[in-house]
Design a protein around this ligand. Structure first.
Ligand code: C5P
Length: 407
């Protein structure tokens, strides 16, 4: 009889649970990690003990749960330093805003934060909190700092929060966390691949103070850049003006106009494995950009002559010996039909179509996409953009590079 090796066999996971309502899901999370073959030990913060029972966690992991530095019996059995050394991965789920702040500052005022400072294990964070707490510049700065130091952040999902609001801030579902931790195959499926992503709007100047632009926030393209990075790819992100920070670990090139974006894409196109054109590139630019501010005309009419911009993704698709090229289609009606027409006209390998009717997609945290290619139509249901980008990349990697995938 042969015993099948489980995906997480041999992995030692220290599950740190901080005090958010999502802590109630950690019994399921711990159980799923154990089922994948991992050895799991749980540490609770004092606040977490109000949301989840140590007895339940002990029952699913088979190991006593710790929540205090001052438990003499537990320290005698395995000191907190030994526990910190034991782990390969310190997974903090849920990671509250308070715990993230303490980790960022190196504060060690309880068992969990002391372990976080003492361990050499990979740090994986699954934040969960109210949407305003998540967006607060302090929380975002703490996360950026932790990421710079190598922590992996499993961005929270959007949906109904415990506070009753529908917003970003839900901890990723236990199964998603397990998939992201266990998938050494899927996690690394883009190692050695070079990915070029365009994102955001382009801005076409009229004069020194006015311009033509569009409502793209860049969120979808940035989510693709981060997801490709997380899957091991070398990523170049060519971005029009956005309010988003440069993603850590991604070569980000900031441009303003379509012509500048075209130049940057031409510079970085050679040798890429695939390009995802998520940018909302202006189709037209002003022929003559005025060097000084235009004055109001007496006759009440101002005529601007617009010139067509180069179609960047069509140029990419026309290059010989190229990698795969995927365009976007944002449509208000006849989504699939327009996307199929775009697939032909631009000569790309696939089109990712999203509806922008009634303000959908633009600047939203969530999106729904249809992948249209010669193979037909594949739907990716409405979900947080980071999750969506990961699902689409997993699908593309398995289709084009025959890699194992996370679907
Ligand atoms: O033709 P349309 O603008 O609707 O096509 C959208 C797709 O084409 C997107 O992938 C966008 O990034 C790309 N595009 C481009 N250069 C342009 C216009 C659009 O790369 N000038």
């Amino acid at each position: 009889m042969t015993t099948q090796r489980l995906p997480m066999q041999g992995q030692r996971i220290l599950l740190g649970i901080s005090g958010g309502i999502a802590a109630y899901k950690t019994v399921d999370l711990a159980r799923k990690l154990v089922q994948e073959g991992a050895q799991v030990r749980c540490v609770l913060t004092e606040s977490a003990t109000h949301f989840v029972s140590a007895t339940a966690l002990q029952a699913v992991t088979g190991v006593a749960v710790r929540h205090s530095l001052w438990d003499e019996g537990a320290e005698a059995a395995m000191s907190h330093i030994e526990l910190a050394r034991w782990a390969d991965t310190l997974l903090i789920a849920p990671a509250t805003a308070n715990t993230l702040a303490k980790l960022a500052q190196g504060i060690a005022d309880d068992l969990l934060t002391t372990l976080a400072l003492a361990t050499r294990a990979n740090l994986v964070l699954a934040p969960a909190m109210n949407g305003d707490m998540w967006r607060h510049p302090a929380t975002q700065a703490n996360l950026a700092l932790l990421q710079q130091r190598g922590a992996r952040v499993l961005d929270p999902d959007s949906g109904c929060l415990a506070c009753g609001e529908v917003d970003v801030g839900r901890m990723q579902e236990p199964q998603v966390i397990v998939d992201r931790l266990s998938g050494s195959r899927s996690e690394q499926m883009l190692v050695g691949k070079r990915v070029l992503i365009t994102a955001g709007p382009t801005v076409e100047d009229i004069d020194p103070v006015r311009f033509i632009a569009n409502r793209s926030s860049g969120k979808m393209g940035y989510a693709f850049a981060q997801a490709a990075r997380d899957l091991g790819a070398d990523v170049v992100l060519v971005s029009g003006p956005t309010a988003l920070p440069d993603p850590v670990g991604v070569t980000t090139i900031r441009v303003r106009s379509a012509l500048q974006m075209f130049e940057a894409v031409q510079t970085h196109f050679v040798g890429i494995d695939f390009m995802i054109a998520a940018a909302a590139v202006a189709d037209y630019r002003v022929e003559q950009v005025a060097s000084s501010k235009l004055k109001k005309q007496g006759d009440g009419v101002l005529t601007l002559t617009l010139m067509q911009n180069p179609d960047i993704v069509a140029w990419a698709a026309a290059q010989p010996n190229r990698g795969k090229v995927i365009a976007f289609a944002a449509e208000t009606e006849n989504l699939i039909a327009h996307a199929q027409e775009k697939l032909q006209r631009k000569g790309v390998d696939a089109v990712l179509a999203n509806s922008v009717a009634d303000g959908a997609a633009f600047d939203q945290a969530q999106n729904q996409l249809f992948l249209i290619s010669a193979d037909g139509v594949h739907e990716f249901p409405l979900t947080h953009k980071s999750q969506l980008a990961q699902q689409v990349l997993a699908h593309l990697a398995s289709t084009y590079f025959n890699c194992g995938c996370l679907r």
